[in-house]
Design a protein around this ligand. Structure first.
Ligand SMILES: O=C(O)CCC(=O)C(=O)O
Length: 277
């Protein structure tokens, strides 16, 4: 049984990696169990009140966004560190990659399309596209994504486009997928939230990951401070930024490993009393 699951996982991984290479995105159908989807919905329900709509055209004036999800919904960890997603990240990003953003996007009826964008702004480093992606994004469908309810739109192949190239109508694909499915895409792929011309809301959750040398879009260690981060797995803690890039020790706090803020007994490899006297 376990072997069958591993083989299925391996096949899905290879398909996803090939899709990312060729098209810049991949759709993995029905990856999230209904029970997990329900738990996350319940934990986030108090934050969706239909009152705090987006503040600009990017957030969407008819869209509710909820940020800092790991401070609000412990079950979120199960999609953020889903084994298949982690296998993709391990193959596409350098070690010690980070969680750059994790937000819920509830697109209400009447929403218009979002501006086209890529997710790995590469920290304003001034690196022209086409270039390597410094991030991988995921969009998990919590409702069926349909052609009319605001399904994410992608531009297949645009992960290889230069800056400034605008998609034409024929370049655009609406990502129709069932609730529980996930869209995985390169940080350089053009995409946007679609218009919601239906009478129903469309809920998505988007964990986005970046190379460890980039600044995270969401300031994760302030969004999920030590008291909230302490109960998560070491991998989630590392994704949040309670981690250093070693060698180099990038990410230290007052000269110490940030994991000490979660566990006062944490010694790390470089204990001060290891120094020769
Ligand atoms: O809501 C969507 O489908 C996409 C949203 C998005 O790409 C974003 O806000 O960065």
């Amino acid at each position: 049984m376990a072997e069958a699951a591993a083989a299925e996982h391996g096949a899905a991984l290879e398909t996803c990696l090939r899709d990312l290479e060729v098209d810049g995105f991949s759709i993995i159908a029905d990856l999230m169990p209904a029970e997990l989807m329900q738990r996350i919905r319940e934990q986030l329900a108090p934050y969706f009140r239909g009152r705090l709509m987006g503040r600009n055209n990017f957030e969407g004036h008819c869209t509710e966004r909820v940020y800092a999800l790991l401070a609000k919904s412990p079950a979120m960890a199960e999609i953020i560190e889903h084994p298949l997603i982690i296998s993709v990240l391990d193959r596409r990003l350098p070690p010690n990659y980070l969680l750059s953003a994790a937000l819920a996007i509830n697109v209400h009826p009447g929403e218009t399309p979002q501006p086209w964008h890529i997710d790995d702004g590469a920290g304003g480093l001034g690196l022209p596209r086409p270039r390597k992606a410094f991030g991988i994004s995921t969009i998990w469908a919590f409702d069926d994504f349909t052609a009319s309810n605001g399904a994410t739109e992608v531009v297949p192949g645009s992960h290889r486009w230069p800056d400034g190239r605008e998609p034409r109508a024929g370049d655009i694909l609406k990502v129709e997928m069932t609730a529980g499915s996930v869209l995985v895409f390169d940080g350089t792929l053009l995409h946007r939230g679609g218009a919601n011309n239906s009478q129903q809301k469309r809920l998505a959750i988007t964990p986005q990951y970046c190379a460890p040398g980039l600044r995270q879009i969401e300031n994760m260690v302030l969004a999920v401070p030590p008291d909230a981060a302490r109960d998560y797995s070491p991998r989630i803690q590392s994704l949040l930024g309670y981690n250093v890039i070693d060698p180099g020790f990038m990410g230290y706090v007052d000269g110490e490993h940030p994991r000490k803020l979660l566990d006062i007994n944490y010694q790390g490899r470089k204990r001060r009393n290891d120094l020769p006297s």
